[in-house]
Design a protein around this ligand. Structure first.
Ligand code: PGA
Length: 247
């Protein structure tokens, strides 16, 4: 299982960040799961450089451009050059600020061109009775990856994060049955876009109010390959419980 901790902007102090990173490094030595930490950019600069531990680092977002006169942008090559391995792309909190599927597609291309593994966030705002949310998810995936080469498409990790489940508590997360159905659906969509049989190997994560209380039921028989954890990733004990129970 791939467990991605998305700290968002919850942590704003380097000493706290250092502590949490070293707890995760210790945790990584006692679990078979892979741990990825998505830190605010300044902390990546301070803590990802020279990393030789089992954990990996992710950017929470990357620029849709590279190089040149672009004040304030943090580009894929700059993250790659400090040892960051992954990039979250298209998180709903970025999309809420105006990020379109076209921008998401640009970001994916830059991430892949510079050796970052993209974690593409998708997910519907709400569930309707007519299944329009399925078409919405299909469109998000298709528009994001269709301009990539077949080999590049196969490298993209999908994080399914229904917006209605983000930032709440375990009681509001998705039901395991609904999750396994969605994972099957996403694999079906990917089968039309990925080369050969690679859709069966594609990594699909779930995110949205994952907590120690629901991590086990969401893992069992759902077909997911890991989690993207928000608020529950910034408490060392809670995060450790989640990592231990995801198997
Ligand atoms: P949450 O956030 O775990 O706090 O719901 C998940 C996410 O937004 O990635």
């Amino acid at each position: 299982m791939l467990i991605v901790a998305n700290w968002k902007a919850y942590i704003e102090d380097l000493q706290k960040a250092k502590k949490l990173v070293s707890v995760s490094k210790r945790l990584s030595r006692t679990t078979k799961n892979d741990i990825v930490l998505a830190l605010p950019a300044p902390f990546l600069g301070a803590l990802a450089v020279g990393n030789t531990s089992k954990i990996a680092f992710a950017a929470q977002d990357i620029s849709a451009t590279t190089g040149g006169a672009k004040t304030g942008e943090s580009t894929a090559p700059s993250y790659a050059s400090i040892g960051v391995a992954y990039a979250i792309v298209g998180h709903s909190e970025r999309r809420a600020l105006g990020e379109t599927n076209a921008i998401v597609a640009e970001k994916l291309a830059h991430a892949l061109a510079h050796g970052l593994t993209p974690i593409l966030c998708i997910g519907e705002h709400e569930r309707d009775g007519e299944g329009r949310y399925l078409a919405y998810v299909r469109e998000e995936i298709t528009l994001a990856i269709k301009s990539l080469s077949p080999n590049e498409r196969a490298k993209v990790i999908i994080a399914y994060e229904p917006l209605w489940a983000i930032g709440k508590t375990a009681a509001f997360a998705i039901e395991p049955n609904d999750l396994s159905e969605m994972v099957l659906y996403i694999r079906k969509v990917l089968a039309e876009l990925l080369p050969g049989k690679s859709s069966s190997r594609a990594r699909i994560l779930y995110g949205g109010s994952v907590e120690p209380e629901n991590v086990r039921t969401l893992t069992e028989n759902s077909g997911i390959n890991g989690f993207l954890i928000g608020h529950a990733s910034i408490d060392a004990h809670t995060f450790a419980q989640i990592v231990k129970q995801s198997a």
